[in-house]
Design a protein around this ligand. Structure first.
Ligand SMILES: *Cc1c(COP(=O)(O)O)cnc(C)c1O
Length: 322
């Protein structure tokens, strides 16, 4: 049986129980100015205010919580462009176990320093030439540790789904939900939550235009792999969906949309000025799709997941002024 067939809204509820008292129940914010600009009622789920500054804490904590004692004691290994790394490092620290994180040498300094701050060990690799999964697997074998993947894992997906689950439970049914899409853990989990809580809601994944592997895969019905993409959305630079996320997205998502980097900057500026929030470019994907009018939402109740807020201050200042 395919591993995803077991995965349903109940797995999200179980994750929510594990995360109670550990994850922040992040606020849902509104802006009259943004509503007027988009022509819809927009509900922002503010995962930039989650622990480690991104929803990834949810999946990482849930996956480590699901291990048995003996597995957990041997530690965990993760490979990540940033937020998943911080999430695994913090979750491991909470459980009092060792974590080794394989990170791209060019990852933002803020993300690397945070990982080190949570007491994890960092191993660098070259994003364009080295295979991070192979490096992580070798490290895990040496230590007898468990790899916590960034998206291709049922417990990670179920944990990520708790953000959308909280959104639906707080604001009720929505007509549409816009979710940033990298490897598809957040979107897959959000779809499971939607199945349980808001069956009429149309859920869209949103990718950077330069990294449209998810759209190609969704629309063609087979997983497409692309060259390493170049975009300011550094949390969505994955080259391909995993079989488990692809299966869930194909089955339950309404569509996968793309936006140019210029729209991410516009959305990030709007969130900063109207919601007074710091978000990273990847977190701007959902609002960018609304601003670009990618699907008609006039008069609808619409959810947007602001997925994270980890951005170097100098880069953030640059986006605000360009
Ligand atoms: C990881 C990440 C994403 C993409 O999530 P996936 O589960 O890989 O699709 C979006 N936004 C932020 C801030 C992230 O860290």
């Amino acid at each position: 049986m395919d591993e995803w067939m077991d995965l349903n809204a109940q797995a999200v509820q179980q994750a929510a129980q594990r995360l109670a008292g550990q994850a922040v129940r992040t606020p849902v914010l509104r802006s009259a100015a943004i509503d007027a600009q988009v022509g819809a009622e927009v509900f922002f789920k503010c995962e930039n205010l989650q622990r480690v500054g991104a929803f990834k804490f949810r999946g990482a904590y849930n996956a480590i919580a699901a291990l048995d004692e003996a597995q957990r004691a041997r530690g965990v290994v993760a490979f990540s462009s940033g937020n998943h790394a911080q999430a695994v490092a913090l979750a491991a620290q909470i459980f009092g176990i060792a974590a080794t994180i394989v990170m791209p040498a060019d990852a933002p300094a803020i993300k690397k320093n945070n990982v080190l701050g949570y007491g994890a060990r960092v191993v660098n690799y070259q994003r364009l030439s080295e295979d991070r999964e192979a490096i992580a697997q070798a490290l895990a074998r040496e230590q007898g540790a468990t790899i916590i993947p960034p998206f291709a894992h049922p417990d990670v997906i179920a944990g990520q789904g708790t953000a959308a689950d909280e959104l639906f439970s707080e604001v009720g049914e929505l007509d549409a939900l816009f979710v940033p899409l990298g490897g598809g853990g957040l979107l897959s989990g959000s779809l499971l939550a939607q199945q349980g809580r808001a069956p009429e809601c149309a859920v869209y994944g949103v990718e950077p235009e330069a990294g449209d592997d998810g759209q190609q895969s969704f629309r063609s019905g087979v997983i497409h792999t692309i060259e390493p993409p170049q975009s300011i959305a550094d949390g969505a630079l994955t080259q391909a969906l995993a079989p488990i996320t692809f299966a869930l997205i194909r089955r339950y998502a309404r569509d996968v949309l793309t936006v140019p980097d210029s729209a991410l900057i516009q959305a990030l500026q709007l969130v900063a000025t109207e919601l007074k929030l710091v978000i990273e470019p990847t977190a701007a994907l959902g609002l960018a799709a609304l601003l670009q009018g990618r699907v008609p939402v006039s008069g609808q109740r619409v959810g947007v997941i602001l997925s994270g807020g980890n951005v170097d201050p100098a880069a953030f200042a640059h986006y605000l002024t360009h």
